[in-house]
Design a protein around this ligand. Sequence first.
Ligand code: ASP
Length: 350
Amino acid sequence: MDSYPNGKSSILLIYTGGTIGMKQDIDDQTLKPFDFDQIQAEVPEIAKFAFKIDSYTFDPLIDSSDVEPSLWQALARLIQERYEQYDGFIILHGTDTMSYSASALSFMLDGLTKPVIFTGSQLPIGVPRTDGKENLISSVEIASAKDSEGHALVPEVCICFDSLLIRGNRATKTNAEVFRAFESPNCPLLAEAGINIKYNTKAIRKPLDWYQNLSINTALDTRVSILKLHPGITPEVVRYFLCSPETRAVIIETYGAGNAPSKKWFIDLVKEASSMGKILVNVTQCQSGTVNMDLYATGKSLQNAGVINGYDSTTESALGKLFYLMGKSSDNEWVKQMMTRNLKGEITKN
Ligand code: ASP
């Protein structure tokens, strides 16, 4: 890992909601969103950076449990509109669904040459022990960091949280209590903030052309459901998920290396869904590791029934990727093919 000094930059801070922007109201002690136009008053450390930070606040501000794909579309449009004006973008977002939003944006933004950093906090920025200030300050530093040629050090959609910089489509929220809320189970960190910020330059994806235009994909098809397998699951439940006419794709969260019950009724239902043309994607319930359907007979029978390999994808990433690919094409065979390709560093595969 190498460490770099910052050059001068301008940053757009986009506030969507979540705990980070809350401040305790002196009168009634409740948590209320604070005005990000006054960011420098709230986080005076930011003034020490010699660059321009503008803010944009969504209305209404939301708890991220209320995030819908319409927010991702609005974020993609906003970034495209302001792309030429800024060197980097920071999105303040609740932690609960941050990994879903970061995953989706990683697919929706094509030709990215600038950082798009999601951050938030476990404690509101207005409380003394907040983690929000450190998360925000590290995000500003990373979003503005450039190499000796003036290119962004991290031209990717990422999550910056508790000193870790994680590729957005590899992040998952693993802890609801401690400051280290996110992990990157299957992919190296892109940077780590200690005394210096150490960038893992080998792991960071670079654009083929630094001068390409950003293009955005805002057509999303959300007809996806997620079926988590568990002992005792019934044919009725599995049929509902796999064969429902409302869904075009189903993410099956399987056991271990991609295994599922070998019972005849289960495999028959998978075959039935597959013959209906459904896109069935296998991701593991395990936090780390990859699906390998060649390993056990129980995985092999899924493969033979038409289930495609989600490799070491997080569920969040598989969902965003499906929304994006299905929005691009009505051809399910093409979507299946593209699901097995590494598009934005979301799976460990060449
Ligand atoms: N419920 C909040 C949210 O996700 C939690 C947080 O911001 O950390 O919006």
